[in-house]
Structures are given as structure tokens and as C-alpha cells.
Design a protein around this ligand. Structure first.
Ligand SMILES: *Cc1c(COP(=O)(O)O)cnc(C)c1O
Length: 487
């Protein structure tokens, strides 16, 4: 059963399918499992990615029928991924890179968003929900395309994607605006990601607005939705087992994970994998110049009253990291009163502060650091010249912070680095790092294809596709645009 971070009331616990249908709890809190199962991953050494996914989905979702779960997993992970392993790992320098980007849109978000539509359809049938669903997505670039691709042409569902106008990469912009499908909608907002995310959260709490679109149930495809987070737990199990299989570690050895972080979803899935049994020692939280999390883990003060930077890692340009709420809830022994008061401070004053005891407890588990734009370019260049491996800029943030971690701690525990996007998606930045040259996206992608002798289907020949979405609006016009779509 599932409880919520701002009102931890077991009497009101809900089923997993209800959390997936609703996306967010009525009080604005986030759904979390009341209790997580411990899993015997030691027995899974010969299982495929899909077989492991079935075990994990089944244990976490607790649907009545395991056959339903098998069907969802088989529909979610098949030839839509370019790697048979789904998330292969590669040793690069001193770290094991989990390549999470082989899905249709080239970002790790595909792993959850190829599954979420199937989870949503099943959840609606379990919950006996007949009305159509409108999925609202706020995106810093990658979630949008992954959600559009996942949900396109799914009956009974419309997907509406809000992204910062001129705040995403050219590729991300083209990817979203060329999406076909009868139920996909894209709105460029004159604001940043936090404005888009805040509006989605506001709409969920706006009864008056919701009454105007009463033929629809609203839901979310952002990582505030448990159904978006849950599938990400699988690759931590799978990757750990691959390390054992490849004789890099022995069963039950400790590992660390290092994750390029924005909304704290991916790294939180790693935390849940740890709670479910994987012996993860440190969560290394890597940020870009929007280093609000680095400051928070150092001082216990979370303060979003600061400049917002548009960087070369747009998917991490975030100041309000939603899933931190879930992590703080877990680490405070599920203290809903504390979380409610912290989140009130955040929405009222743009900041909150945790006590030294809680901070000390968290610091036993989390190491946080960041990389500047220059450091990102240098890292891509260094890793290419020394390891002949091309990192995407976001993954480079993680690589750089991991080197800082080693220098500061001397800890040589084997570490998984989450590679969150294909370099082809950020060709301009990658080629600038490697050649020093500023080239347009089209030329950059061609050169990168030659250099890597590879390509990614999700970004190939994008500029030849017709642009199907052109809406641009101000922040205060978002609701009107959504009404137009849904009425
Ligand atoms: C979304 C995204 C991130 C941040 O992930 P969170 O789960 O929001 O922390 C990092 N890198 C890339 C490429 C992304 O698309």
C-alpha cells in the first residue's frame, strides 16, 4: 500500500494503481510505498533484464495477477530498445557506465516512459476508471519527448507537454515538435522549467480549473508519479548483477552509484534499490552550475532564491528538485509533519532548512558535488582522448564529480555511473568539447556519427521531419491553452 509524504495516514493508504492514475496525492504530497519488499536478487544471476523487471514490478506493484505484470514488461522492453540488454554497462576509466539511453528518444527517461503508458492503461482498468486521462508533463527537455513517444496513439489518453521556450537544446526542441500521433500536444512556455513544473502542480490543486475539464482525469508523467519512478529501480538491480556476472565484484560486495541529477528521481530510484536489498554504500549526487543540491547536502539549507542558469546540460537546469521530498520523508523516519512544514516554507519563502541530526544521517549516505560548463567540456575531451569513449554532457557532470569524490575520500568502492543521455542528443556541445569548434547541430551530429561510427535512431535526420507543434505562450496563458486542447 502507498502513503503520502505530507499526510502519513495508514488508514488512507491507497493501492499502487491509484497512485499511478492520480500521479500526485490530494494534499500535494507524493506517494511512497508504506513498506518496500526485500528481494532475493542473489538468485537472479541468469535472469534477463525483462525477467528482473517482472520480479521487481510484481513485488512493488502487488497487482493481483503476475501475468498482467509480465505482459506490461514484455510490451515495454523489446525491440523499442536498441540494445538487447536494455541497459548495458561499460568500464570507462575508473567507473562502470550504465548506458541508460538505448530507448527510442535517447534519454534514460525512456526506461520509465516506455512502461508508464502500459502501467496507466492497466491501472485505469484495475481502478475501473472510464473517463479519458490527460497527462500533464513539465519538461526540461528529455521527459517531454519520452512521454510523447510513450503515450502517443494510446487510446483514452491525451498527453500535453510544457517546456521552456528557448530553454532546451535544438535537438530536444525538434524532437518534441516533430512528434506525430493523434493525442500529442506541445506548448512552449516563456519561462523556465520550474515555472512549467509549478504550473502543473498548481493545476493539480485547482478545483475550479479541474471542474472545467471534468471529462478528464489529470495525471502526471513526471517523476512525481510513482509509476514513473518505479521502473527505474530495475536497472540498479540488473547492473549490480551484471557486475557480479562479469567478475568485477562478488555477490554482496558493496558498490557506489553516481548519478547526474536534476529532479532527484533517478538517484532516488537507486536509494529504493538499496532499501530493497542492493548493497549500495554511497549515493553520489552530481549537479551542474544550478548546484542547489550540492549546497543543500553541505549545509542543510535549501534555498531557491538564487540565479537560474541556462547551461550546456539543460536537463539538469532545475532549482526545485521534487523528489528530494520523498528522500527526506524516508530519512526522517516518515515524518509527515516535518515534510509538510518544510514544503510550506519552500512554497512560501522559497527555502527550508533541516536539522543537524537529519543532515548528519543523510551525509553518511550522500556525497554531493557539481561541475561547471567549462569542466563539463574538459571532461568530455579528456575521457574521449584517454578512454576513446564519448560522454554526453550530463553524464560528464557525473564523471567529473566522481573524480572529485575519489580525490576527496580515497574510496575505491566499484561505482556505477548513470549515463543519462546519448551524446548524439547533445552533439553541438560534445563536438565543441572534442574539436574546440562551434558548429551547428546538423553538422555536429554528422561529424559525431563519423567519429563514433554509430548513430541514434531517435535523433537521426530530425531536421527533415515536419514541425507539427507551434504553440508558444506566456506562463499566465498556460491554463487557457490546456482548456483549448481539452474542450
Ligand atoms: C532528466 C535528466 C537528468 C536528471 O534526472 P532526474 O531524475 O531528474 O534527477 C539528467 N540527465 C538527463 C540527460 C536527463 O534527461
Amino acid at each position: 500500500m502507498y502513503i503520502n509524504t505530507r499526510e502519513n495516514d495508514v488508514e488512507q493508504a491507497v493501492f499502487s494503481y491509484e497512485t499511478i492514475i492520480d500521479g500526485i496525492a490530494p494534499t500535494g504530497g507524493l506517494f511512497v510505498p508504506a513498506k518496500l519488499p526485500k528481494l532475493n536478487y542473489q538468485d537472479w544471476i541468469n535472469k534477463t533484464y525483462q525477467e528482473i523487471a517482472v520480479e521487481i514490478f510484481d513485488a512493488i506493484l502487488a497487482f493481483d495477477n503476475k501475468e498482467d505484470v509480465k505482459e506490461i514488461v514484455n510490451d515495454s522492453y523489446n525491440t523499442n530498445f536498441a540494445s538487447e540488454e536494455i541497459t548495458p554497462i561499460k568500464k570507462v576509466g575508473n567507473v562502470y557506465v550504465m548506458e541508460l539511453f538505448h530507448g527510442p528518444t535517447g534519454a534514460f527517461k525512456d526506461i520509465a516512459l516506455q512502461a508508464l503508458p502500459h502501467l496507466m492503461v492497466k491501472s485505469k482498468s484495475l481502478g475501473n476508471k472510464k473517463e479519458d486521462t490527460a497527462i500533464l508533463v513539465a519538461t526540461s527537455g528529455d521527459t517531454g519527448k519520452a512521454a510523447l513517444e510513450g503515450f502517443k496513439n494510446v487510446d483514452g489518453i491525451k498527453v500535453i507537454c510544457l517546456y521552456p521556450h528557448e530553454g532546451v537544446s535544438k535537438m530536444q526542441d525538434l524532437q518534441m515538435r516533430t512528434t506525430d500521433g493523434h493525442n500529442t500536444h506541445v506548448i512552449a512556455v516563456k519561462g523556465n522549467f520550474d515555472d512549467c513544473q509549478a504550473m502543473v502542480k498548481e493545476i493539480f490543486g485547482d478545483e475550479n480549473f479541474k471542474s472545467q475539464i471534468s471529462n478528464y482525469t489529470l495525471s502526471s508523467a513526471n517523476s512525481i508519479n510513482w509509476g514513473r519512478l518505479m521502473p527505474q529501480i530495475v536497472y540498479y538491480f540488473y547492473s549490480y548483477i551484471q557486475l557480479v556476472k562479469q567478475n568485477q565484484i562478488r555477490m554482496n560486495d558493496k558498490i557506489n552509484i553516481c548519478i547526474p541529477t536534476g529532479n532527484f528521481g533517478n538517484i532516488l530510484a537507486g536509494y529504493y534499490a538499496k532499501e530493497m536489498g542492493i548493497p549500495i554504500e554511497k549515493l553520489i549526487c552530481a549537479s551542474n552550475k544550478n548546484n542547489i543540491l550540492t549546497d543543500f547536502f553541505k549545509t542543510g539549507h535549501y534555498d531557491k532564491n538564487r540565479d537560474f542558469h541556462k547551461t550546456n546540460t539543460p536537463s539538469m537546469d532545475i532549482l526545485v528538485s521534487s523528489n528530494l521530498e520523498r528522500y527526506l520523508f524516508e530519512k526522517s523516519n516518515k515524518d509527515d509533519k516535518l515534510i509538510l512544514s518544510l514544503m510550506r516554507d519552500l512554497s512560501k519563502n522559497g527555502k527550508f532548512e533541516i536539522g543537524t541530526e537529519l543532515l548528519a544521517k543523510i551525509n553518511k549516505e550522500v556525497f554531493a558535488g557539481y561541475a561547471t560548463e567549462m569542466e563539463i567540456l574538459d571532461t568530455i575531451k579528456d575521457v574521449y582522448s584517454t578512454c576513446n569513449y564519448v560522454l554526453d554532457p550530463h553524464t560528464a557532470v557525473g564523471y567529473k564529480v566522481y573524480q572529485d569524490y575519489i580525490r576527496q575520500t580515497g574510496d575505491d568502492t566499484p561505482t556505477l555511473l548513470g549515463a543519462t543521455a546519448t551524446p548524439f542528443k547533445f552533439s553541438h556541445t560534445v563536438m565543441k568539447a572534442i574539436t574546440g569548434e562551434n558548429m551547428d547541430e546538423e553538422k555536429a551530429i554528422k561529424q559525431l556519427e563519423v567519429l563514433m561510427n554509430d548513430y541514434h535512431a531517435g535523433v537521426k535526420d530530425l531536421e527533415k521531419k515536419p514541425i507539427l507543434h507551434n504553440t508558444i505562450c506566456e506562463i499566465n496563458e498556460i491554463k487557457l491553452e490546456i482548456l483549448k486542447i481539452l474542450s
